[in-house]
Design a binder for this molecule. Sequence first.
Ligand code: PEP
Ligand code: MN
Length: 371
Amino acid sequence: MITNDDMTVELNINPLTNWLTDKKIPLVIAGPCSAESEEQMLATARELVKNQKISYFRAGIWKPRTRPGSFEGIGVEALRWMQSVKEETGLKVATEVANTDHVEACLKHGVDLLWIGARTSVNPFSVQEIADALKGVDIPVAVKNPINPDLQLWVGALERINKAGINHLMAIHRGFSSFERSPFRNQPLWELPIELKSICPHVPILCDPSHIAGVRKLIPFISQKALDMDMDGFMIEAHINPSAALSDAEQQLTPKALDDLLSNLIVRLATVKDEEFKTQLDDLRSLIDALDEEITQKLSSRMQIAEKIGEYKKEKNVTILQVKRWENLIADRLSAATAMGLSEEFMRGMLKLVHKESIRRQTEVMNKQEE
Ligand code: PEP
Ligand code: MN
């Protein structure tokens, strides 16, 4: 992870409350991952507009897919569907841009907000190209964090867009890709948006719980956490028929589920928030919370692997407890832990607890298979 305590960043930001015409905070941008058809867009938007908390309708038109062969978006034609959504529902519309052509097409078709995706904000050439295309244009722009946890790259992208004269500027926290197993599609690593807030205090930060969670059931947890972290709003994927979606089907909510989610979130009072977040103690506590959450994620991943090992041992008829392996593991972990400044007593106690739980989970797996 790349952070920098001494980094100073001058951004000229126009506060959300100055330019958001409907003044709805937290700001909510919602809509399908991808524009698929005019019917899908209109049917989704007609339901979403009933929810008074939504300010912008989103839909991806050019889809940056990790591997070729999946649905790569409709392209320019879908911009007409965006216009229909706008005319019929009155919702403002937003889409992702990755190059000059995209920016020009969006401006020609009256798109109200542009965002730069995680696979684009990672590349300063692309971000600069977009910034150049935006010179002299007055439009809100949101910059998603780059897929890798590099705070400077995220800040650099915000600076490039800001230098082009865009001061209706926001950041979107959509999590970070990782090779490690995790319950999340993209690891939240909350310490990064917290650091962003401390070096660029005026930049509004939205959370994209859809791309962090990757699955519907984790979206409420991430969303509440974002509000507790003082974030300014959300970008959330919603689709009229999520299971039939051509991209990100697992993580999209129906408009009704989104309505329920937004109604159940607890928004803290601004005065309480400001006072709390002014103190250094609260910043440090937020970092501790973020680290504890990472430890929890790692423990969850570790236990899942322990269960897999249990299945394997069962198949090969091997005993659960392997004393030699356990002795080696303890010695190895203790030497690493003491080198990192942890006490041997603490680490030994913690490993024992973890090991006990692993054995319990493996035993459970074996018993289940025997039934
Ligand atoms: C999206 O918003 O659909 C998208 C592609 O997001 P990200 O750039 O965060 O992956
Ligand atoms: Mn998506």
